[in-house]
Design a protein. Structure first.
Length: 278
């Protein structure tokens, strides 16, 4: 008798083929490593998010963490606890359709949320990306049959208009597929020839694999803010400092999209059990 395997007992592909991601978007994401998503937030939502962040920065609640100022500003961890737009933006339908396509069906969860509060005049270093990226959680995979198995995917939403040389998110397109490490560890961003700026209007965002080499150009003025939501496979644990509070779990319990994102890490999804037993 043939031994029973895990695949006989569990349906490990729940949700595959359910998203409406176009062939063009799949190809662009696989080729470039990112997608630009225009107008994810309305002007009112952008204004509300900025006001909430200013308040939190002045008096940070216990369930959030304001990190010390780093190379390009400071970060506020676990922003979904702030409610309102900061909470709603983690479960935008347009974003989740892509997350479902690129991670592997409905087996995904939110692993981190943060606000990036930029310091004028400062930029960030270019991340490594590709095969040389030391971060195991950033791995990118897409197979010949068109199925993606990405690990961490980030959605960055700008709360400020970012021009070509004013706090712009920038990347080396296709660097998530690089076999060699990039030679730009200590290079000025403006001197990196293959680096491309991705200007965004306030309220628009970019969804990218963390395996993509990316950075922020320096800002020329104050007030640049970004929302960052990071998604991973259902078994990926929360980023340190981004564990959901009991209050957040209770108030999102009746929202299917939010409650799904905030499930505890798991490998076999609910409903995957078949009739066979191991």
């Amino acid at each position: 008798m043939k031994p029973t395997t895990e695949e006989d007992v569990f349906d490990l592909q729940i949700g595959l083929g359910e998203s409406e991601t176009s062939v063009e978007d799949k190809h662009f994401f696989d080729t470039a490593g990112y997608l630009v998503l225009e107008d994810l937030l309305t002007p009112d939502q952008v204004s509300q998010a900025r006001d909430i962040l200013e308040g939190i920065k002045s008096a940070t609640p216990e369930n959030m963490t304001l990190s010390p100022e780093g190379s390009y500003g400071c970060e506020l961890l676990n922003i979904v606890e702030g409610g309102s737009t900061l909470e709603d933006a983690m479960a935008l339908r347009r974003v989740l359709d892509y997350v479902q396509e690129f991670i592997w069906g409905r087996q995904y969860r939110l692993v981190g949320s943060r606000a990036i509060l930029r310091t004028p005049g400062r930029g960030s270093q270019l991340t490594q990306g590709g095969d040389a990226d030391p971060r195991r959680y950033a791995r990118y995979r897409c197979f010949g049959d068109g199925q993606f198995r990405c690990l961490m995917i980030t959605c960055l939403i700008s709360l400020t208009d970012t021009g070509n040389n004013d706090g712009t998110f920038c990347t080396i397109p296709a660097s998530h597929k690089a076999s060699l490490p990039h030679p730009y560890e200590n290079a000025e961003l403006n001197a990196i020839v293959p680096l491309q700026n991705i200007p965004l209007r306030s309220g628009s965002g970019i969804l990218f694999t963390e395996n993509l080499s990316h950075a922020f150009k320096p800002t020329t003025g104050a007030g640049h803010m970004w929302l960052s939501y990071q998604y991973g496979p259902s078994y990926m644990v929360n980023w340190p400092g981004c564990e959901p509070s009991e209050d957040l779990l209770v108030r999102t319990a009746t929202d299917p999209a939010k409650s799904h994102l905030l499930l505890e890490p798991y490998y076999h999804p609910t409903g995957s059990q078949r009739k066979q037993k191991m």
